[in-house]
Design a protein around this ligand. Structure first.
Ligand SMILES: [Cu+2]
Length: 172
């Protein structure tokens, strides 16, 4: 829903800019009579139409909610649930073996201060992340499409041993 409203607001703003640009272009044209200036205006109007075409095409693609990963992950029921507790300075995961290709929901909370839950693949690339807060359960859904060992690091500085908040799990 947020994605829809953000898209709608962007669309309205773009339409307003187009209308304003068109009004400015047509009004300033009326006050000029020189032929050379008229030809410049002609080129400009071609450019203007091309720009609108590009904007509308790009909007058409980017506002297509089927291309976004969120709706499907929000409506699908997670197959596996992993409880995650962050604490100074360790992670507690209810499982260390997860299934490949299935929608997994991490339910995260903290025992003390804010932490950042970041999952890295074997190449050290960040796959997904979310914040872990005391008194609140955050949900992070992810589908792992590659098997292997994944590493969890804390992404929010939480004290002098923050760098030791490391754990691993396996996907297969
Ligand atoms: Cu931490």
């Amino acid at each position: 829903m947020i994605v829809f409203y953000a898209g709608l607001i962007s669309l309205i703003v773009v339409i307003m800019i187009i209308i304003l640009s068109y009004l400015l272009a047509t009004r300033s044209r009326a006050s000029e009579s020189d032929d050379r200036i008229k030809s410049v205006y002609k080129v400009r109007s071609v450019y203007f139409i091309a720009l609108i075409t590009v904007i509308v095409t790009v909007l058409g693609f980017t506002l297509n909610s089927n291309l976004l990963p969120y709706p499907q992950e929000l409506t699908d029921q997670p197959v596996e649930i992993v409880q995650v507790r962050g604490a100074m300075w360790k992670w507690e995961l209810s499982k260390d073996q997860l299934s490949i290709g299935k929608l997994i929901e991490f339910q995260l909370s903290s025992k003390d201060v804010n932490h950042g839950f970041g999952i890295y693949n074997s190449k050290g690339e960040l796959i997904t992340q979310t914040q872990v807060m005391p008194g609140y359960t955050n949900r992070l859904r992810h589908r792992f499409d590659k098997s292997g060992k994944y590493t969890v690091l804390c992404l929010e500085y939480c004290g002098y041993a923050h760098h030791r908040m490391i754990t691993t799990f396996e996907v297969k």
